[in-house]
Design a protein around this ligand. Structure first.
Ligand code: ADP
Length: 521
């Protein structure tokens, strides 16, 4: 507050300049600012411009007298309750005094002016005025403080706080709103809330909600937390938690919205949901695996059991045939076959648990791939002959194709691919091609059987996954999973190309032995 503003303004009104000078001389005080007016209209003009602590008004003035001036003063907002002291020459004019009070005067002074009385009367009102001003100042300071506190509270809120008026325009926009939505306070204020933060498809609902609220004073989204989609400056949408309250100020409503970005929470929820779903799937797959596994282990066991029961019965019955060489060999053969089958199943299961616990050990040595495939086919020869399946082994490379790897494991991979080609190849010929591309050796095993539909083609390399039901062709869905893990442990790739009913080609790509790479270049 400036020095000038803190002075106490007093208006003195008299048509005689002499009288004015007297009043001014008596009242002279550094705390007062004395303003003169020479008639009623001039007095009213001054009064309409500013507030006075007290007005000293000559009653007998030409034109507009003191009473009329006072009446008019009371109609002006600026000085509606400013005390007016009438200065009059007439002593004991009781009806005039009465008139003065009716007009709104608070006191009388009689001429000739008694300086002490004048000063003391005026000082009563100037003191009152000072106290009033001080109170107003304090109230203002308090209001500013409250407002600042509220603002800083809202500014530091972790939620975006947005204020909106009845027209749907933004009237408040805190710091967090700037961060979440990407619009600065300056840009947002005055804009339509709907255009800035509400996705297009929600806007009609928002407009209708606002209209209905103004009509019925109630709305479906008020005073609760809801989850909706919101819009960022860059046009991207994101989920928010929103709480809206309506506040009545004077005759109007304003709306405060508290908005929280819940993208992270939603992502977390999605992650948990996917993990739960994956877990459920894994448990389901494991249960299926256990049931298939038991079934697979049970089949060779039952077959052996029957053979032994039959043998025991023949012995008990004294049937000498049971001791005949041919019969004994046949039974041993069957038992061996079934034991081998069981052994393979158990190996597969062990292998899966080894891979899962990261204990797949690769024992690297030089391998001649052609020789390895050739020897492997020898092992399958009997089965192939029995099923009348032709296998063509073609090497497109003259020199030996050498890799560094674990021959037992690579054999496991190729053996899986070959037995699958036999299993799913509908007894049609199988082609095995050995080739070299860049620094890799390529072995492809091609059959002309069932093939795989595109929808399952990725899945078959996963654990326990099959593209066919156990009732069609038995299997555990582990072979390709194990094979892929082994190939990848050799820094290679296992791929498949296939079409339903058109057969399949599985290709193993393995990095070659350095020397060979150099030779083939
Ligand atoms: P399994 O043969 O025991 O089911 P695999 O992991 O070896 O397990 O194979 C997974 C699935 O991939 C098989 O169940 C089958 O649906 C499909 N599959 C594998 N090889 C072939 C193939 N040569 N032709 C058609 N489908 C195949």
């Amino acid at each position: 507050m400036t020095e000038q503003e803190s002075l106490i303004p007093i208006l003195i009104v008299d048509d005689s300049q002499e009288n004015l000078l007297v009043l001014e001389a008596v009242l002279r005080n550094p705390r007062y600012e004395i303003i003169e007016a020479h008639d009623g209209p001039e007095a009213l003009e001054k009064v309409s411009q500013r507030e006075f602590a007290v007005i000293l008004l000559d009653v007998q003035m030409p034109g507009m007298n003191g009473y009329e001036v006072t009446k008019k003063i009371r109609e002006l907002r600026t000085n509606i309750s400013t005390p007016v002291i009438f200065v009059t020459a007439g002593m004991n004019e009781s009806n005039l005094v009465q008139l003065g009070y009716e007009a709104g005067a608070v006191d009388y002074l009689f001429k000739p002016i008694e300086p002490v009385i004048l000063r003391s009367k005026v000082s009563v009102f100037t003191n009152l005025y000072s106290i009033k001003k001080q109170n107003e100042k304090q109230a203002e300071l308090l209001r500013i403080h409250d407002q600042e506190e509220r603002d800083s509270f809202l500014e530091s809120a972790l939620d975006a706080v947005i204020g909106m008026n009845e027209e749907g325009r933004i009237i408040y926009w805190n710091r967090q709103a700037e961060i979440i939505f990407g619009w600065s306070k300056e840009e947002a204020l005055g804009e339509k809330l709907a255009t800035l933060v509400i996705p297009k498809y929600y806007r009609p609902e928002h407009e209708l909600g606002l209209k209905n609220f103004l009509k019925y004073k109630t709305g479906p989204i008020l005073n609760k937390r809801i989850e909706v989609m919101s819009l960022r400056r860059d046009g991207s949408e994101f989920p928010v938690e929103l709480a809206v309250v309506a506040i009545k100020t004077n005759a109007h409503y304003t709306f405060s919205a508290f908005v929280r970005d819940i993208s992270d929470r939603k992502r977390e929820q999605m992650k948990i949901k996917t993990t739960e779903e994956n877990l459920k799937k894994a448990i389901q797959a494991r249960d299926e695996f256990i049931s298939v596994c038991s079934h697979e282990l049970k089949t060779p066991l039952t077959s052996m059991q029957i053979q032994f029961q039959l043998g025991a019965k023949m012995m008990k019955d004294g049937n000498e045939k049971v001791f005949e060489r041919e019969s004994v060999i046949k039974r041993i053969d069957i038992a061996n076959k079934q034991l081998k089958r069981m052994g393979k199943l158990i190996d597969n299961m062990l292998e899966v648990s080894r891979i899962a616990s990261g204990k797949l050990i690769i024992d690297r040595k030089e391998i001649d791939l052609f020789k390895l495939i050739h020897d492997l086919l020898d092992m399958y020869q009997e089965q192939l002959d029995y099923s009348h399946i032709d296998v063509n082994l073609i090497s497109k490379i003259k020199s030996p194709v050498l890799i560094e790897g674990d021959s037992y494991r690579i054999e496991q991979v190729l053996s899986n691919l070959i037995s699958n080609a036999i299993k799913y190849g509908e007894n049609r010929p199988i082609d095995i091609v050995l080739d070299v591309s860049g620094e890799s050796a390529l072995i492809s095993v091609r059959d002309h059987g069932l093939g795989i539909d595109q929808e399952n083609i990725e899945r078959i390399f996963d654990r326990y996954e099959r593209a066919i039901t156990a009732s069609e062709i038995s299997g555990l869905g582990l072979g390709l999973y194990i094979s892929k893990q082994i190939v990848e442990a050799h820094h290679g790739h296992l791929r498949v190309e296939s079409q339903k009913g058109q057969g399949s080609t599985f290709t193993v790509e393995l990095p070659m032995h350095k020397e060979h790479t150099e030779l083939s270049h």
